[in-house]
Every structure is written in structure tokens, then in C-alpha cells.
Design a binder for this molecule. Structure first.
Ligand code: SAH
Ligand code: SF4
Length: 380
């Protein structure tokens, strides 16, 4: 029996629809002005997108039907494709998201008793090369757009039944920019995305509940406090330049002294609003009692929290996580210096959702893509 290949009729070419997600209020108003719409319409549409979470203009019942159709002819309210969704036994969820150009990034939701934190990515990969971080070994790097960052929040809310956003017991209450990438190397997009996240008539996440983690891009830190106003977490990991140069090589450009100065003058820092210092526990590298004492000494003048992160290993890495007793002894020094609950409990380990592990899935996919490309080339 033979089969006959039947080609499908060619689909009419549709003009690409512009995504409204990621435009700030002014940009949205400007965009809609071009369609002749007054500013209050932009406010209504904003409410539908970010408060109600609709993705279809047809559901915007406060707008006349012809207007809904006109909007649908020009725009979309985008969501990236969820390439993979995983739920850990501890309630942590991880989404691998594919954007329009095929690039991917991950977002992780971590529920706790008193909060639900979404960890979002700011870049695909990272240009920095911290020696213990899996993301830093990823070759492919680009900044995520504001829309792509906001979309991570929207996807999480879709999946957690988080719309409409004004719910008494919201599951998603906090955002941390601690996924893939260095957020201060993508300042403008991060700023715009956070402005959208903080808008009280939309996603409504307060700046007190958003934390940006940086490896220490000193010249951008002040701007971060002034222009975005979110909490700051600093990936310290070592208390002398020799070691920090190895672990966090950007330290060669912005050494510890400058970093600490920038922390001291971070806008809005006071005892109610502290800087979080992150410190990854690496066996035999930075985990001695002497290191612990150096750490509390280094930051003694700064209103601060300390987060000791058990190192999450990945294939091929040269480091190991400090053992439990060492972490405990280190934590005791930190506790005695007045810092409460310093050790971060690893979450979602069964789905590789922990800090510094956000890379493997995209890497595997790229390998698959490579194989597909080789197959296509040899077939052609
Ligand atoms: N680029 C930013 C934010 C993303 S990383 C930064 O470096 O701060 C978020 C946190 O995870 C950082 O403190 C980072 O140093 C830490 N981290 C990276 N790889 C890790 C690993 N394998 N185990 C534990 N923490 C890691
Ligand atoms: Fe980049 Fe942060 Fe990883 Fe360093 S720790 S490589 S800055 S993502």
C-alpha cells in the first residue's frame, strides 16, 4: 500500500500581534491612543489584564463588542508556552517557559506557612561566571524583556488560581529576582517589570515583598534602591577579595570594600528594612568558624539579614556542600551575633528547583535541538 502526501492548504499570513503584557501604564495609554482610545480605556484594559488575568479580549465585558474585536485584531495578551511544569512533594513548583524566539527561562514557586514566593529569572543564562553556579556555565545569554518577566508572574498566578488578584489569602505574596541572570545588568527591563508588578490596580505586589538579588554590580545598586525601591539581597559568599575573586569574579571589578560601602548607603536601609547577605556554604572553601566571624564583622554596621544557602551541587562541579555540623557551627556564630534563622532550607530538591540549578532543563533541550539540527543538516 502506498501513501500519498497531501499538503495542507496554505494558511493566510496573519500580521504579528503586538503583546500588551510588559507595557507600563504610560506606554499602554500611548499605544491605545493610536487606536483613538481615551486614557480611561487603558485603565480598564490594565485592570482586565493584571487584576482579572484575562487573556482574551472577548472577556473584557466593560468594553463594547466592536472595540474588543478591534483590540483582538491588533494585540494579544501573551503567555509564554509552558514547556514543562513540575510539582515537588514539598509543594514547590517549577515552570520552564518558552518565549517567542524559542529561548527558555525558569520560574519557581515556593510556598511557606506565612507566604508564597515566586523566584523569577531576569536573563536567559548569565554573563557572569560565578564558579559554583550552574547558570553561569550556560553559553546562550540574552536579557529578558519586561514582558517576559511579568509573564512569569502571570503564568504562576494562572496555575495557582491567583486571579483576580485581590484575594484575601493570596498564595503568591512575594517575588524574588533570584532565578537565572544578573538583574542589575538588565536594569531598565527589570525596573519596568517591577513597576508593573507593584501597581496597586493590577498585580498589587508591594515593594516590601519584592527582593532583588545581585552579585554586587556596585554602580547600579543605588539606582535600584532609588528608582525601583525593592529590597536588596547581595551574594557575598566570601569575606576577603582573594576568595571572592574566585567565587564571584565580578569582585575583581567591584571589590568587597566598594560593595560594603554601597550596601551601607543603599537607599531606605534601616532596621525595619535590611539588606540580605547570601552566603553559599562550600565545604572547606568558605565555611570555617573564622570565616563566620569575618562575615559578622564585615557587615556589623549594616542593618542586615544573613542567609546561609546550602550549596546545591550540579554535574561536573568541583565544590561540595559543607556538612550539616559545619553549617550548624557556622550558623551558631551568626546567631550569636544577633541574626535570626540564618540557614535557608533547601526546597524542591526533587525537581532541581533550588538556587543555582536553574539551567539543566534548557541545556538538555538545547542538546535535543542540536541533535535535531544535525539530523536536518544531514538529511538536506
Ligand atoms: N545573579 C544574581 C541572582 C541569581 S542567583 C546573584 O548572583 O545574586 C541567586 C542566588 O543563588 C545567589 O546568591 C547565588 O550566588 C546563589 N547560587 C548560585 N548557584 C548556587 C548553587 N549551586 N547552590 C546554592 N546557591 C547558589
Ligand atoms: Fe550569574 Fe548570579 Fe549565577 Fe553568578 S550566581 S553566575 S551572577 S546567576
Amino acid at each position: 500500500m502506498s501513501t500519498v502526501a497531501v499538503s495542507a492548504p496554505e494558511a493566510p499570513v496573519q500580521p504579528a500581534l503586538k503583546d500588551l503584557v510588559g507595557l507600563d501604564r504610560d506606554q499602554l495609554a500611548e499605544e491605545l491612543k493610536a487606536l483613538g482610545l481615551p486614557k480611561f480605556r487603558a485603565g480598564q484594559i490594565w485592570h482586565w489584564i493584571y487584576h482579572k488575568g484575562v487573556t482574551d479580549f472577548a472577556e473584557m465585558t466593560t468594553l463594547a463588542k466592536p472595540l474588543r474585536a478591534e483590540l483582538a485584531a491588533h494585540y494579544k495578551i501573551g503567555r509564554p508556552e509552558i514547556t514543562r511544569e513540575q510539582w515537588s512533594t514539598d509543594g514547590t513548583a517549577k515552570w520552564l517557559l518558552k518565549f517567542d524566539d524559542g529561548n527558555e527561562a525558569e520560574a519557581v514557586f515556593i510556598p511557606d506557612d506565612d507566604r508564597g514566593t515566586l523566584c523569577i529569572s531576569s536573563q536567559v543564562g548569565c554573563t557572569l561566571t560565578c564558579s559554583f553556579c550552574h547558570t553561569g556555565t550556560q553559553r546562550l545569554v540574552r536579557n529578558l524583556t519586561a514582558g517576559e518577566m511579568v509573564a512569569q508572574i502571570l503564568v504562576a498566578l494562572d496555575r495557582l488560581n491567583g486571579f483576580p488578584t485581590a484575594q484575601e489569602d493570596r498564595r503568591l505574596t512575594n517575588i524574588v529576582l533570584m532565578g537565572m541572570g544578573e538583574p542589575l545588568y538588565n536594569f531598565d527591563n527589570v525596573k519596568r517589570a517591577m513597576m508593573i508588578a507593584m501597581d496597586g490596580e493590577g498585580l498589587g505586589l508591594s515593594k516590601r515583598r519584592i527582593t532583588l538579588s545581585t552579585s554586587g554590580i556596585v554602580p547600579e545598586m543605588e539606582r535600584c534602591g532609588e528608582e525601583i525601591g525593592v529590597n536588596l539581597a547581595v551574594s557575598l559568599h566570601a569575606c576577603n577579595d582573594e576568595l571572592r575573586n574566585k567565587l564571584v569574579p565580578i569582585n575583581k571589578k567591584y571589590p568587597i570594600k566598594e560593595l560594603i560601602e554601597a550596601c551601607k548607603s543603599y537607599p531606605g536601609v534601616n532596621n525595619a528594612r535590611r539588606i540580605t547577605f547570601e552566603y553559599v556554604m562550600l565545604k572547606g572553601v568558605n565555611d570555617s568558624l573564622e570565616d563566620a566571624r569575618a562575615l559578622v564583622k564585615l557587615i556589623e554596621d549594616i542593618p542586615a539579614k544573613i542567609n546561609l544557602i546550602p550549596f546545591n551541587p550540579w554535574p561536573g562541579v568541583e565544590y561540595e556542600c559543607s556538612d550539616d555540623e559545619t553549617i550548624e557551627a557556622f550558623a551558631q556564630v551568626v546567631l550569636k551575633a544577633g541574626y535570626a534563622s540564618p540557614v535557608r532550607t533547601p526546597r524542591g530538591r526533587d525537581i532541581l528547583a533550588a538556587c543555582g540549578q536553574l539551567k539543566s532543563a534548557s541545556e538538555r533541550l538545547r542538546k535535543k535541538d542540536r541533535i535535531a539540527a544535525i539530523a536536518a543538516a544531514s538529511a538536506g
